[in-house]
Write a protein that binds this ligand. Structure first.
Ligand SMILES: *Cc1c(COP(=O)(O)O)cnc(C)c1O
Length: 359
């Protein structure tokens, strides 16, 4: 059996080195005589695994003092509600910027939980771009500005943070977390489901500035960030195996040269695919040039017939996960951190060949 080129949008490809390490430690974690899955989340061994994962992630992001890393559950989807439930309330309000369908979902949930304003929405442009600073209608006194760093479905990514005049950002970074260095100090809170860039599904990473989190005693205990902060992500049983794997993925990223090294490789992979799109009229990229995602590349072919044929032939060439989301159609290649450069090279080569034969 050989591993194929995995362009899945999520759950997605993981570093093979990490999978091999997990395999080697699966039955007996070193010095523990049992699997990570079988040990107490309150054991010394697991506490060390958790602390190691927090430490590696903090190092990768160069987290300033006062920022904490939490490992929760419920996916990014639960954060759509937890964020406004915790951060809004009496006399508080927030702005939302929508650049795609994940942002729309966050906006919809936020409206149920608090006073939220729409600062910008690019739906009229088919969610193919992020807005300019001049297009943002920010509300003075807002508690935070929410945005989606990378819209996984449209393949639209912010190249740098939106300018908010000092209002803390809250970001859904599910599909580009740890894919490049970011200015953490601009954020009050960052959340991400693990299953795109960090590890297996079932863990939600929340990175927050501690003094940004209010303490709303009226919230259900499990939905209050302070509960998890106080208990160091061990209020209830977390996804222990997922946290262990995220630690290994972070270690792998440190060996790749940290976020600088990872970003360089991601730029290289994305450049290969965008070059194959741009050099012929056969392919049409979905995202506008200045908003192109390095994580999810989305494009169309001249007909749906050809798109189906492309997918069929890609499968025959050991490439999977390339069907676009039904909202956008066409094709999507997810090029997350763990995708080897060889996979991007193989896809670019196949795209050229397919265009030549069918253009
Ligand atoms: C995948 C994804 C989500 C949904 O994550 P879940 O963990 O399934 O809730 C939310 N936002 C973005 C940007 C995503 O890519």
């Amino acid at each position: 059996m050989t591993r194929i080129h995995n362009f899945n949008a999520g759950p997605a490809v993981l570093p093979v080195e990490v999978l091999e390490r997990v395999r080697d430690e699966l039955v007996e974690f070193p010095e523990a005589g049992m699997s990570v899955m079988e040990m107490s989340h309150r054991s010394k061994t697991f506490e060390a695994i958790l602390a190691g994962t927090v430490e590696r992630m903090s190092e990768l992001l160069a987290l300033p003092d006062g920022y904490k890393v939490l490992f929760l559950q419920g996916g990014a989807s639960l954060q759509f509600s937890m964020v406004p439930m915790n951060l809004l309330g009496e006399g508080r309000y927030a702005d939302y910027i929508l650049t795609g369908s994940w942002g729309e979902k966050a906006w919809k949930e936020a409206q149920k939980a608090g006073d939220v304003h729409l600062a910008a929405c690019t739906q009229a442009d088919n969610f193919a771009r992020v807005p300019d600073v001049a297009e943002l209608t920010l509300t003075p006194g807002a508690s935070y500005v929410h945005f989606t760093t990378n819209e996984t479905i449209g393949g639209v990514q912010w190249q740098s943070e939106p300018e908010t005049g000092g209002v803390p950002l809250v970001a859904d970074a599910s599909s580009d977390i740890l894919s490049r260095p970011i200015a953490v100090e601009k954020y009050g809170l960052i959340y991400a489901g693990a299953q795109k860039n960090l590890g297996p599904s079932g863990v939600t990473v929340v990175i927050a500035r501690e003094d940004f989190l209010s303490d709303r005693a009226d919230l259900p205990t499990m939905l209050n960030y302070r509960t998890h902060l106080k208990a160091n992500s061990l209020y209830n049983t977390p996804n222990t195996f997922g946290i262990y794997m995220i630690g290994l993925v972070c270690e792998w990223m440190q060996k790749m040269g940290g976020l600088q090294g990872v970003a360089r490789r991601n730029d290289e992979k994305a450049a290969l695919i965008y070059a194959a799109i741009d050099e012929t009229d056969f392919y049409r990229g979905h995202a506008e040039l200045g908003s192109r995602s390095r994580m999810n590349v989305t494009w169309r072919l001249p007909s749906e017939e050809l798109e189906k044929q492309f997918l069929r032939e890609a499968t025959q060439n050991q490439m999977t996960g390339l069907a676009g989301h039904r909202d956008v159609g066409g094709l999507r290649a997810s090029l997350y951190n763990a995708l080897p450069i060889e996979s991007a090279q193989a896809l670019a080569g196949f795209m050229r060949d397919f265009a030549q034969r069918n253009g």
